[in-house]
Design a protein around this ligand. Structure first.
Ligand code: NAD
Length: 444
């Protein structure tokens, strides 16, 4: 099928690459000229496992191409995806500016029927706004009779496994009441719907709400566990034992119930805020979501508080080795990452940071530049050299097996602050470490 994707971020680029590999002719449109120029050369602006070879191959077969010329994209695609950002506005609501700009652009150039498919995460009612925007522009062009449909098809990929998630989705939500639109999407997604039925067709509003409900549920699980961890701290319980204890109940399940230093990224924080804002606009008060957000904000300070307590509030001149900058493993994304709150607290108190991350070093450099108090190190060992303590902020696989002898030798003193419960307190104690973790008894 001829497909156009507006927006070449995590969602748009991955979706485009996967659809192109499945044999569709895909054109990607972005307003970022530099990004498009680099993509044309096969340079991928984000780190996502498996994405680069897939993009390069589809460019070579001619199934995938890139342009900044929106008219080319609108002419090409019978199916046009909107996959642009929906950042939070000042009041927390989703900023729909980019989505509606694309809707207007499509209506400015379309001359035949188009299926406009919204993949961006948007509040309930956005499809109506897209529809109104398109209708208005078509009317101005004297083309009010030109048919189109607006379909909600929210994206559930996870950064770090985005390609695999799009190749083997858990479910494909299609929000439309038009039979023809449903059939078009069933055809498009047929290669990804082989083993068992994954396509769930529903009305547009339910599809829009499903995306927010999914992310808010996951954020709730994390904040709930973090709250349990804080209680465990006070009563001397071990949150890891509690996790196993509750996860064994299939109604709870083991997934997504790890305590830590909070969630980050581009989605959970903004989607929780946006749903709170939507509820407020409807005269409702989103009690649970407000608490989820507030717990998360506090949790990002959890390890900084433990660090300050260890040094009796004085970290002036101390040097911390920081392992992990990205908000989670397998991505270079540092949007709303807990590592940022941690570093900023340490800098504020006069400490400095020697940081290492397998993928997010460039992103960190872009955000903080050559800031005083930050040194980016080429390896995790280099970050340790001469530091007063190690702080773990992201659970990258390569941090899991700790060479305690080496860490003890490289650090000035054997102190580890583990924001992701990567190590066993008993083993750390035996290895002679002063070990702080989340919701588990610390050893000192
Ligand atoms: P992103 O910020 O990485 O990328 C958005 C892209 O859209 C940018 O390249 C930007 O230049 C481009 N853009 C902006 N205005 C444009 C326009 N008028 N025409 C063409 N391109 C334009 O965003 P993302 O992370 O890919 O997220 C996109 C949407 O998908 C958001 O609504 C997000 O909430 C949702 N989503 C994201 C994820 C994720 O893990 N990142 C997962 C599911 C859903």
């Amino acid at each position: 099928m001829n497909v156009t994707v507006f927006g070449t971020g995590y969602v748009g680029l991955v979706q485009a690459a996967v659809l192109a590999e499945a044999g569709n002719k895909v054109v990607c449109i972005d307003i970022d000229e530099d990004k498009i120029a680099r993509l044309k050369q096969g340079h991928i602006p984000i780190y996502e496992p498996g994405l680069e070879p897939m993009v390069k191959e589809s460019i070579a077969t001619g199934n995938l191409s890139f342009s900044t010329d929106a008219s080319v994209g609108v002419e090409h695609g019978e199916l046009i995806f909107i996959a642009v950002g929906t950042p939070p506005d000042e009041d927390g609501s989703a900023d729909l500016r980019h989505v509606l700009t694309v809707a207007d652009t499509i209506a400015t150039h379309m001359t035949v029927k188009k299926y406009i498919i919204n993949k961006s995460t948007v509040p309930v009612g956005t499809a109506d706004k897209v529809r109104n925007t398109v209708e208005k522009r078509l009317a101005e062009r004297g083309l009010s009779d030109l048919p189109f449909d607006v379909i909600s098809n929210p994206e559930f990929l996870k950064e770090g496994s985005a390609v695999a998630d799009c190749m083997r989705p858990d479910r494909i939500i299609v929000g439309t009441s038009e039979k023809e639109s449903e059939q078009k999407l069933r055809h498009l997604y047929a290669p990804f719907n082989r083993n068992h039925e994954k396509i769930l067709v529903m009305d547009v509003k339910s599809a829009e709400l499903t995306k927010y409900a999914a992310n808010c549920m996951l954020a709730t699980k994390i904040s709930f566990m973090n709250e349990m961890a804080n209680i465990a701290d006070k009563v001397g319980a071990d949150i890891e034992a509690v996790r196993r204890g509750i996860g064994s109940d299939p109604r709870v399940g083991y997934q997504f119930i790890y305590a830590g230093i909070g969630y980050g990224g581009s989605c959970f924080p903004k989607d929780v805020k946006a749903l709170i804002s939507s509820a407020e606009q409807l005269g409702l008060s989103a009690e649970i979501l407000t608490a989820v957000e507030s717990r998360n904000e506090q949790q990002k300070h959890y390890m900084a508080e433990k660090i300050l307590a260890h040094y009796n509030g004085d970290v002036q001149g101390k040097v911390f080795a920081l392992w992990g900058l990205s908000f989670k493993p397998n991505t270079d994304d540092m949007r709303e990452a807990p590592s940022r709150v941690l570093m900023e607290r340490l800098w504020e108190k006069g400490a400095s940071v020697r940081a290492f991350d397998p993928e997010a070093m460039e992103e960190c450099q872009r955000i903080y530049g050559d800031r005083d108090g930050l040194e980016l190190c080429g390896t995790k060992e280099a970050a340790l050299k001469g530091a007063d303590a190690l702080v773990v902020a992201t659970e990258w696989q390569q941090f899991k097996a700790l060479d305690t002898n080496e860490v003890r030798t490289l650090l000035k003193s054997p102190v580890v602050f583990d924001g992701r419960n990567q190590y066993e307190p008993e083993e750390m104690e035996e290895a002679g470490f002063c070990y702080y973790c989340v919701g588990r008894p610390d050893t000192s």
